[in-house]
Design a protein around this ligand. Structure first.
Ligand SMILES: [Fe+2]
Ligand SMILES: [Fe+2]
Length: 297
């Protein structure tokens, strides 16, 4: 089975289409950050996602996973726009899986309105809903030799200088139970969430930017015999060996698929016995994605 993992496309609505009167507090600050120069890094995000769709189709990808941060401010208009942009990449919908990033649930009203689920819920359903203990989380998707477990680590951050994440303990308890479920014996287990439990060098991220209960999350993943932990949030691709922490799986951060100059993603080939990992990049001259090992066309 061939799996594409990308993250953090950060689609940018053109500023004049955003309803300014709905902005308040942190959103206004987030908007100012965008206006201050962050936004132009994602100017071609929509075109790049179409290029990623071409890559996916030409490479015979059977399952696509996105670990969140579709938007900048989590506005309903942005989520609707993002859902439209990824619709073709997400074909067929039962072969596209996602979790939200912190930018997708930027403020409490977005979460309470559950706008992310409104637009992306079709990509977050569970084959084992009996394990969904926290508003639909965690979800479980079963494929032949693979199971994907979605964990929500994104939460609203009312303080503008914080962008940390947290996984509710009930999700971690359910995660341990799912991993221990005898029906998963022998399968590859991919745990996907937005926040990075570890940085590229194996250290935890800072308290104001990282996953606050990263240690508890990794503890819950110790039962995985073969698989991977997939995340985004940090806009660089990296792979971290977690064997020093007693885990049998590596952590893969997919960075951002669309951030100018840093575009990357991961491609996994999973067979019943083995896993092969490839890193993807964007050729800005051809405006196409390719594998890092491929010769430029
Ligand atoms: Fe991001
Ligand atoms: Fe993020």
């Amino acid at each position: 089975m061939r799996i594409l993992h990308f993250s953090d496309p950060h689609f940018d609505l053109s500023l004049h289409t955003i309803p300014w009167r709905k902005w308040f507090g942190k959103r206004a600050i987030g908007a100012l950050n965008l206006l201050g120069g962050r936004g132009h890094y994602f100017d071609e995000a929509e075109e790049k996602i179409d290029a990623l769709r071409r890559f996916k189709e030409s490479q015979g990808v059977e399952l696509t996973i996105c670990t969140g941060d579709y938007t900048a401010l989590g506005l309903r208009a942005e989520l609707e726009n993002a859902a439209e942009i990824i619709a073709l990449l997400a074909q067929p919908p039962e072969r596209y899986i996602t979790v939200p990033g912190n930018h997708d649930i930027y403020c409490f009203d977005v979460l309470h309105g559950d706008h992310f689920r409104e637009y992306f819920g079709r990509y977050m359903h569970s084959d084992w809903p009996q394990y969904a203990v926290d508003d639909g989380w965690p979800f479980v998707r079963l494929f032949d030799e693979l199971v994907v477990i979605g964990i929500n680590s994104a939460k609203p951050n009312p303080l503008p200088w914080r962008s940390d994440g947290h996984i509710p303990p009930v999700q971690l308890e359910a995660l341990e139970q799912i991993i221990a479920d005898p029906r998963l014996e022998g399968r590859w287990i991919f745990v996907i969430t937005h926040y990075a439990a570890r940085l590229a060098d194996g250290r935890p991220d800072t308290p104001s930017h990282g996953l606050r209960n990263a240690d508890a999350f990794l503890q819950a993943c110790r039962g995985i015999k073969k698989g991977a932990i997939l995340n985004g949030h940090i806009h660089r691709c990296y792979r971290t060996d977690l064997s020093g922490e007693g885990l049998s799986v590596d952590l893969f951060c997919a960075g951002s698929a669309t951030m100018q100059g840093r575009e990357c993603f991961w491609l996994f080939d999973v067979t019943p016995e083995q896993i092969f990992v490839h890193r993807g990049l964007y050729d800005s001259e051809c405006k196409e994605y390719r594998l890092a090992s491929d010769a430029p066309s």
